[in-house]
Design a protein around this ligand. Structure first.
Ligand code: ASP
Ligand code: MG
Length: 405
């Protein structure tokens, strides 16, 4: 007998009809004699609506009340699913996070799950019951409701799988799985059957929206296999799992290609080359919560000055410009801004041991006359900053070059 955690995302439970459909999926697992635990997110749109309401009440809505408010969507969805399962003759009930309890740590709006009490839950599951548990919410040591960040119900499911020692954690969503690249940008994108945690972490951080990076991190730390699949059509999906690839030889060196949009580039030219300058530049940016992504620094030929280039999101450009111009701690000769840029990244653990990947990427881009503005690399990814108009072209040529078509 297997224990499975099934998590349903907003669109999977987005209407009464959808809730009936996922109830049938749950019934299917029960018929196969599994022990089933269900985690649900709010019906799609509900959380956004609640957030809007909080803003209308106050632009500084109390953070603890914010969590109470925005986590109500999950409560409604869980009651509806449990109600439908009872209707189908199954033994099921809803469990709010505080009833379990799911104990969280950290600030409101972005708490982390610390512990989950399992005794009562296990008793119920072992007696054949199907608990329908609210994703996204928890309770802190002050007995107040908390939430664990947007899209957090994936993390709720992963942590429940960990504490209940489940055999499988299945994330039901509205896409078939994780693709080699965004199918809307490249028709030949293929579903990936298996992907390693580290690759998935890079994919989610670099623009693939299938899973939130912190959830992948939770799965990696706790070695929980995750299967991402569609609740709309019955296909195997993608397995996110621990390292399985032979690192020495594989003709599939690159697992996926992701892209971000709305990137902007800032170059500060003629900055004094001395210790502390970079810190002076980035300190006020970080204080103002401006997310700096790629950073490149170049020493001038005379060795006394440097040019510093970094990227941010386009929406932060005005604020960033103001902060830099008002920064009394730095001097520079010139500053320039570019927007409408995009970052395209190739990802794959195979590049650790395969030489020449960088060259192949640059050559492929050059063959399409795509100009590279900034480059950054890690052990398992190479990112380039290019004009956002060329993203589709870049993905197409790279997808082909690395035999993903
Ligand atoms: N309902 C929450 C949100 O929209 C959590 C989730 O969907 O995972 O962010
Ligand atoms: Mg969601």
């Amino acid at each position: 007998m297997k224990t499975v955690v099934l998590k349903f995302g907003g669109t999977s439970v987005g209407s009464i009809d959808r809730i009936k459909k996922v109830s049938n999926i749950i019934l299917g697992y029960k018929k196969k004699k599994n022990k089933v635990i269900v985690v649900s997110s709010a019906m799609s749109g509900v959380t956004n609506d609640l957030i809007k309401k909080s803003k209308l009440i106050s632009n500084q809505f109390n953070e603890a009340e914010y969590d109470v408010l925005v986590s109500t969507g999950e409560q409604a969805a869980c009651a509806l699913i449990a109600g439908r399962l009872s209707h189908l003759g199954l033994n099921s009930r809803s469990w709010m996070s505080w009833q379990i309890p799911i104990i969280t740590d950290g600030p409101y709006k972005s708490s982390r799950i610390d512990k989950i009490a399992t005794k009562e839950l296990l008793k119920y599951i072992n007696s054949g019951g199907i608990p329908i548990i609210t994703g996204f919410q928890g309770i802190n040591i002050h007995s107040r409701l908390t939430t664990i960040g947007r899209s957090g119900s994936d993390a709720s499911a992963i942590m429940l799988a960990k504490f209940l020692k489940a055999d499988e954690c299945i994330i039901y969503t509205d896409v078939e799985g994780v693709f080699t690249t965004d199918p809307r940008l490249h028709k030949k994108a293929k579903k990936i059957e298996r992907i390693e945690y580290d690759e998935m972490l890079e994919m989610s951080s670099l623009g693939s929206k299938v899973m939130q990076p912190t959830s992948v991190q939770d799965a990696k730390l706790n070695i929980i296999d995750i299967r991402v699949k569609s609740s709309f059509i019955n296909k195997p999906g993608t397995l996110i799992t621990k390292s399985f690839k032979k690192k020495d030889f594989s003709d599939q060196i690159i697992t996926g290609i992701s892209s971000t949009k709305n990137d902007a580039k800032i170059t500060i030219a003629g900055v004094k080359d001395k210790p502390g300058v970079a810190a002076h530049i980035f300190e006020p940016l970080s204080k103002n919560l401006i997310n700096v992504d790629m950073v490149v620094q170049n020493i001038s030929l005379n060795g006394k000055e440097t040019d510093l280039t970094f990227t941010i999101k386009s929406e932060d450009i005005k604020k960033t410009e103001k902060i830099i111009r008002e920064n009394k701690n730095i001097t520079y000769k010139k500053i320039s801004f570019d927007k409408d840029l995009a970052k395209v990244s190739i990802i794959g653990v195979g590049m650790i041991t395969t030489p020449g990947i960088t060259y192949r990427m640059f050559k492929a881009l050059a063959s399409e006359k795509i100009n590279i503005m900034v480059i950054s690399t890690s052990e398992i990814k190479i990112s380039v900053l290019i004009s956002s108009k060329l993203v589709k072209k870049a993905i197409t040529v790279l997808h082909k070059e690395f035999k993903l078509d």
